[in-house]
Write a protein that binds this ligand. Structure first.
Ligand code: SF4
Length: 330
């Protein structure tokens, strides 16, 4: 080991409070390797390798991902935007979908390859969203490629199941397939205000049809500042549909896409949920049209993308902890 570097490491890190970081000047990869071996041997952690310096956390880092419930860990669930066009144009749509949106379709072949890579990477479940996924007449082909390997949930407004789409819907497997259907209120006024006139009645009809056909259904409401008592009123409707707790989702509008207001989200504030689209991979499905949330321009190889997302999440969390522990005002 380089004696000078080792002495500087000892002096700097020992003078640093536990949980805080020290920046040590290094020259080249040999020095980085020396610092890594020293940190490993002395119970400290290399946090970041900068050009010309390494940042060392005093003490062992506990893995922030291990602290998450298994089903919240990045890579447990894979989201896939099969397309971005939609029969509706909701005024808070987080990816600005509409009948005029560029479709950006992920083909059946690419879906099958994505599922293959996801399974190999340890992904446990697939969520398909859009746009309206059932705008794709051949969505059933993608579902048949996924279902033997991953339990799959399709987010849908349940409004386009007519004609050929209805025929293909009825022929779908039930095993492992869930439809998460959007419904924002127990009566039409609030739902139609944001999603368009007549959409409430058609969504209710779609929910009832899916249940009648024997599909597992989850109902999901998206509520903004004007929701009033909608969340409470929805409980009665959920009860009348005999939905259990896992079949009810209520979430807030995020300020993304077409939404002018709502929760502010960022890579530092959201636990990532790896999300693939035709254009690459995003940090989270709620922000799959936000350039600041794009992780990669390609979803292949998926295991490497998932690892990169996990690493970045660790950095965000550790940096947050370090900042919190090193900002005393008294
Ligand atoms: S929120 Fe859903 S239903 Fe509404 S425009 Fe967006 S994708 Fe379509």
């Amino acid at each position: 080991m380089s004696l000078d570097l080792t002495l500087r490491l000892i002096e700097s890190v020992n003078a640093t409070p536990a949980g805080s970081t020290a920046l040590i000047d290094v020259t080249g990869t040999h020095d980085v390797s020396v610092a890594q071996r020293w940190a490993e041997a002395t119970g400290n952690t290399i946090l970041t390798v900068h050009p010309g310096a390494v940042e060392i956390l005093r003490g062992r880092m506990t893995d922030p991902i291990a602290a998450l419930p298994p089903d919240r860990r990045p890579g447990y669930r894979l989201w896939l935007y099969t397309n971005f066009h939609c029969n509706l144009a909701c005024d808070y749509c987080c990816v600005s979908s509409s009948p005029r949106a560029v479709p950006r379709i992920v083909s059946s072949e690419d879906t099958a390859e994505l599922v293959r890579q996801a399974t190999a990477a340890g992904v446990e479940e697939l969520f398909i969203t859009g746009g309206e996924p059932f705008m794709l007449l051949d969505l059933d082909e993608r579902l048949r490629a996924a279902l033997p390997h991953l339990p799959t949930t399709v987010l849908t407004n349940a409004m386009v199941w007519q004609g050929e789409r209805r025929t293909r819907l009825e022929a779908l497997p039930r095993e492992g397939l869930t439809f998460q259907i959007s419904l924002d209120s127990a009566t039409a006024e609030l739902h139609d205000r944001h999603r368009g006139a007549g959409s409430f009645d058609r969504a209710i009809a779609g929910i009832r049809l899916a249940i009648e056909l024997g599909f597992r259904v989850r109902v999901a409401a998206t509520l903004g500042h004007d929701a009033g008592t909608a969340e409470i009123e929805l409980i009665e409707l959920f009860d009348s549909l005999d939905l259990d707790a896992e079949q009810r989702v209520v979430r807030r509008v995020a300020q993304q896409g077409a939404a002018n207001e709502g929760l502010t989200v960022s890579r530092a504030s959201l636990i990532p949920e790896v999300c693939a689209t035709a254009d690459g991979v995003w940090w989270h499905p709620v922000a799959a049209a936000d350039p600041a949330m794009q992780v990669s321009t390609s979803w292949s190889p998926l295991d490497e993308v998932i690892d990169a997302v996990r690493d970045e999440y660790r950095q965000h969390r550790i940096r947050g902890d370090v900042l919190a522990s090193s900002f005393p005002c008294a």
